[in-house]
Design a protein around this ligand. Structure first.
Ligand code: PRT
Ligand code: ZN
Length: 295
């Protein structure tokens, strides 16, 4: 069971999600020192401890109350949930915007593919037997699943399968193995999860952590924009930046004809947007990242 006072969060010890999980918590203002091979790492200034484990174990640890929270790929979570019996015991609190990938069925480039019926009778190698079985059943495709634990992409070349189902990010692994994705089973990213048995006395700490995570996530989606412009151009500038929130308008000089505009912008600001602002009369346009926000 988790400690009475500290909220425990399970993170991947090493691998694709590790660095970004750690960076997110650091941006939340948590102070901690990662030591090699340490399983539990306390935070110095927040009632939280990190537990560093293999990603595959995180859903169980969270379900069983070993940890209150966890950061894990949705792909791993969904596969494990299919294997848990009874109530899932794990709920998703937030998608975290990193670790993006998709779980896809891929076939050799020279295998003709004309839709799901083409999968019938094939041997499909995968680490995600549960999700693949669920997908095939949903579309009533009869195919054989070959469970593998690693290097799934080489299965067709060594003739132990006809197709694979694996995670795809850039697509490079598929390309270099002469495979092409034909069906998407799941779109995934890292998620923050909480266990149903997590101690209610931890609610306040978890709410504080969530507020900080939300602040960090919002800050990455918004920018602070400042520019100078003729007052007469303000209406047009607002149409160029519809995501600009009630801007602060600061008069420049005595005649009131020129203003400085400062605002949070909710949409991405492309070079093209900057060029349109300049064409509308704006100058000294600055776009800056925001580190954190509490609303
Ligand atoms: O040791 P541990 O068990 O903790 O780690 P692991 O080796 O099981 O997992 P790891 O670190 O490889 O991945 C952790 C999580 O990162 C996954 O569960 C996903 O949620 C997420 N993720 C995001 C990915 C990828 N992108 C990804 N591209 N996980 C794996 N891949 C692999 C994929 O399996 C394939 O081999 O990368 C290859 C494809 O990448 P591209 O870019 O060539 O398409
Ligand atoms: Zn793993």
């Amino acid at each position: 069971m988790t400690s009475a006072t500290l909220v425990r969060i399970a993170l991947q010890k090493s691998g694709r999600l590790h660095d970004k999980s750690i960076a997110l918590l650091a941006r939340c203002g948590l102070g901690f020192e990662l030591r090699k091979d340490a399983l539990l790492v306390p935070c110095s200034d927040f009632p939280l401890e990190l537990m560093l484990v293999r990603d595959d174990d995180i859903p169980e640890y969270v379900r069983d109350g070993v940890c209150d929270l966890g950061i894990v790929g949705e792909n791993v979570l969904q596969e494990k949930l299919l294997k848990f019996s009874g109530a899932p015991g794990v709920s998703t609190l937030r998608p975290l915007g990193f670790g993006g990938c998709r779980l896809a069925i891929a076939v050799p480039n020279d295998l003709p593919y004309a839709g799901l019926a083409s999968l019938a009778g094939l041997r499909i190698a995968t680490t995600y037997s549960g999700l693949v079985r669920q997908f095939l059943d949903r579309y009533q495709v009869r195919a054989e699943i070959i469970p593998l634990t690693g290097s799934v992409e080489i299965a067709p070349a060594i003739k132990i399968a006809d197709a694979i189902c694996d995670l795809v990010a850039s697509g490079e692994t598929l390309r270099s193995n002469g495979l092409r994705a034909v069906e998407n089973i799941l779109t995934s990213e890292a998620v923050l999860v909480r266990g149903a048995t997590s101690n209610a006395t931890h609610d306040a700490t978890i709410a504080r952590l969530l507020q900080r995570i939300d602040g960090v996530m919002k800050a990455t989606q918004v920018k602070y924009i400042m520019m100078n412009a003729p007052r007469a151009a303000l209406a047009q500038i607002k149409t160029i930046l519809p995501g600009m929130e009630s801007p602060s308008i600061i008069p420049l000089g005595d005649d009131g004809a020129h203003i400085a505009i400062h605002s949070v912008a909710r949409e991405e600001i492309f070079w093209e947007t900057m060029e349109r602002l300049k064409a509308a009369g704006a100058s000294s346009i600055l776009v800056m990242p925001i580190e954190k926000i509490i609303e």
